[in-house]
Write a protein that binds this ligand. Structure first.
Ligand SMILES: *Cc1c(COP(=O)(O)O)cnc(C)c1O
Length: 400
């Protein structure tokens, strides 16, 4: 890592060398000795999966932390969403935001339920209950709200719509582990909520996910489903799938839980440094978090306003890429513009989602991103905007 001299896109040396390349979603890893001790023990006992002691302990810890009756951990959040969708008996259509990771839509579609996309509130980036209401049909059986960037969506608004139309309410809370809404931890809302513990999330179990709920019967159904429908050694009572979490993943989860506060503190430190470094930069606006709530600060998301910045989001992304900073344009271009949904709904136009998808740029953060690196990234952004004319003059650089 060097001081910024000349922008790499304009012929200078990259600020970060190839080996220092920065990524969005580089995994956070807790105490190695503690993890290895757990792995040693699980190897000794040869209990590698199927309701092992680590899985049970991990589920208990999570349920306590979130303040829910049941936590059912699974192999990943996509399968957890599918199992929740199926266990809730969703059929026909479910309303989902298009501004989300594709798994939200795919999980429904994989269960033969049509995801019907609705637009967002551009201020919060989250599903807009008023827009939900507009796309309901007699076939609608549920709503899947997503807490994008960990900022809770309008839970009360969605609950009101769901209640009035007798719809199930599920939350894709993949981003929102450790966040709160009106003083209560995310996880206890709606019929159920789903967390992701994928490697790229700030808290990971290598791969993993969980459904949390206060509904006893639903939790039971999901426990059967995630283990082929087995109710006893030789007794299968319903159709199921293999959605189990491996013990080694639970070992990682328990270990990373011990460092959860530290992960959040690092994310928060980086977020504040970005906020400071980008203060007064016209055209690059950092999203804000409600300081009255718990936040995990895992995403440093900016909105690039071309008119004020002098550069498009994609141009700024290319500037950063040339410096070996891999910023990401989550969730471009929006689920409704990816297959199979683009073909399913060729005429669907979601102006707020499409506008936002053209503006957002997510910057690297987490354990692997140092304060100096954040400072340098902010310097690059400032320099890029200062030399916007020259960068634009380069014409269309290669596709990223
Ligand atoms: C990561 C993510 C998922 C999928 O999680 P996996 O554990 O990788 O299956 C689902 N929804 C959203 C919003 C996500 O960000």
């Amino acid at each position: 890592m060097s001081k910024l001299r000349d922008l790499a896109i304009l012929g200078g040396e990259p600020a970060f060398s190839d080996s220092e390349k920065l990524h969005v979603g580089r995994p956070n890893i807790g105490d190695r000795a503690s993890l290895l001790k757990r792995i040693d023990r699980l190897l000794d006992t040869r209990w590698l999966s199927n309701s092992g002691p680590l899985e049970k302990e991990f589920e208990q810890r999570l349920a306590e932390m979130v303040g829910v009756k049941h936590c059912v951990v699974m192999c990943n959040a996509t399968v957890a969403l599918e199992i929740a969708i199926r266990a809730l008996g969703l059929t026909g259509e479910v309303v989902v935001p298009s501004f989300t990771f594709i798994a939200t839509a795919h999980a429904a579609r994989w269960q033969q339920v049509t995801p019907v996309f609705c637009d967002i509130d551009p201020r919060t980036h989250n599903i807009d209950p008023a827009q939900v209401e507009r796309v309901l049909t007699p076939r609608t059986t549920g709503i899947i709200g997503v807490h994008v960037w960990g900022r809770p969506c309008d839970i009360d608004g969605l609950a009101e719509v769901a209640g009035r139309h007798d719809l199930k309410l599920l939350f894709d809370s993949a981003h929102a582990f450790g966040c709160s809404y009106k003083g209560r931890m995310i996880g206890g809302f709606g019929d159920a909520e789903v967390f992701s513990f994928h490697a790229t999330k700030f808290f990971n179990t290598f791969e993993g996910g969980a459904v949390v709920t206060n509904n006893d019967e639903l939790a039971n159904r999901m426990r059967l489903m995630k283990n082929f429908g087995f109710a006893g050694y030789d007794e299968v009572v319903s159709i199921g799938i293999n959605g189990k979490m491996a013990e080694v993943a639970a070992a990682m989860g328990l270990t990373n839980l011990e460092s959860l506060d530290e992960f959040i503190a690092v994310n928060r430190r980086n977020y504040e440094l970005y906020a400071e470094g980008l203060r007064g930069v016209a055209g690059v606006k950092l999203i804000e978090y409600d300081r009255g709530e718990e936040n995990n600060f895992q995403y440093v998301v900016t909105e690039v306003d071309e008119a004020a910045a002098g550069l498009t989001r994609d141009e700024l992304m290319r500037v950063l890429l040339a410096e070996n900073v891999l910023a990401r344009r989550y969730f471009y271009p929006g689920c409704h513009r990816m297959e199979p949904y683009r073909s399913d709904f060729p005429d669907l136009h979601l102006p707020e989602t499409e506008g936002l998808a053209a503006r957002v740029l997510s910057l690297p953060t987490g354990q692997t991103v140092t304060p100096d690196a954040v400072g340098l990234i902010c310097d690059i952004i400032r320099a890029a905007l200062g030399r916007a004319g020259e960068i634009r003059g380069l014409g269309a650089p290669p596709e990223v």
